[in-house]
Design a protein around this ligand. Structure first.
Ligand code: 48F
Length: 258
């Protein structure tokens, strides 16, 4: 006969073991969209201790909804090797344009990243960063729902050697750092330059170019990179996001000394 208390204890013990194992990590990723998932996959595969925190229930960010809710996305030739490496099934639509089912893409990226060793914590939001010796050194975390309700409940904290801001359009980690610490970022203005309007080709190249360490200890990827450095948006073409995640992992592995 199934015992409800054993079920409850199993969940609590397994969850708190997972969380306790990730109170000190090499890289803490904020945001479970395409760039964060690819970065998490590559870092975990390279043997790094890496945890991803996503404020919402579902992981996958902007992938699920395709374009305007039509659940297909497009990737371009440049990202095809990465797409195939992950076991996705690109269908050529016109020369150089490939469609992917967005639900299969999100599910596959999540599964591959977790199989590589990425720990994912959904429902948990970054509300602030830890500062040590004038560098970002961890995350201040609270339940995503508590953040939304604006309840006055103190957060908990983890330490990380690096943080990756993969929060998409709002670049929430970099924005929080600038708002609270009044620091100078390594951007043209020293602040968050702001995302530009739609120009898919330029935006796709820029999201990879702009994937950089924007402040000691803080790397930005995906749309957050374009928001911070002033790149264009590109809509539901996702190759740049995937390649940005890969570049973020390469930068982080170099900085971690691998
Ligand atoms: O926006 P998102 O998918 O990130 P991305 O990797 O990809 C962008 C594309 O989806 C799309 C696009 C492609 O052309 O432009 O927009 O840059 O995912 C960002 C995730 O971060 C979460 C948010 O819920 C989303 O799932 N997030 C944002 N702020 C926080 C957060 C926070 N403070 N704490 C935790 N998660």
């Amino acid at each position: 006969m199934l015992n409800e208390v054993i079920i409850t204890r199993g969940i609590l013990d397994a969850y708190f073991k997972k969380l306790t194992d990730h109170l000190k990590v090499d890289v803490a990723i904020v945001g479970g969209g395409p760039s964060g998932l690819v970065a998490g996959h590559d870092l975990a595969k390279a043997g790094k201790k890496v945890a991803l925190f996503e404020s919402k229930l579902s992981i996958g960010g902007g992938i699920w909804g395709g374009g305007m809710g039509f659940n297909e996305i497009v990737v371009q030739e440049a990202s095809r090797p990465l797409v195939e490496e992950f076991g996705l099934h690109p269908a050529e639509y016109e020369k150089g344009y490939f469609t992917l089912d967005s639900v299969h893409t999100a599910a596959t990226l999540i599964a591959r990243a977790m199989d590589a060793g990425l720990a994912i914590f959904n429902l948990i939001a970054m509300e602030d960063v830890v500062i040590r010796n004038e560098r970002v050194a961890g995350l201040v975390l609270n339940w995503g729902a508590i953040q939304k309700l604006e309840w006055h409940i103190d957060p908990l904290t983890i330490h990380s050697r690096f943080v990756l801001d993969a929060t998409g359009h709002p670049a929430n980690v970099a924005a929080t750092l600038v708002r609270k610490m009044n620091v100078k970022l390594n951007t043209s203005t020293g602040g968050i330059v702001g995302e530009k309007s739609m120009a898919a080709d330029a935006g796709e190249l820029q999201t990879v170019e702009n994937t950089r360490e924007v402040y000691p200890g803080l790397v930005v990827s995906g749309m957050a990179a374009n928001a911070v450095y002033g790149g264009y948006r590109m809509g539901p073409v996702f190759g740049g996001m995937l390649l940005s995640g890969r570049k973020a992992a390469t930068i982080l592995l170099e900085r971690l000394g691998s």
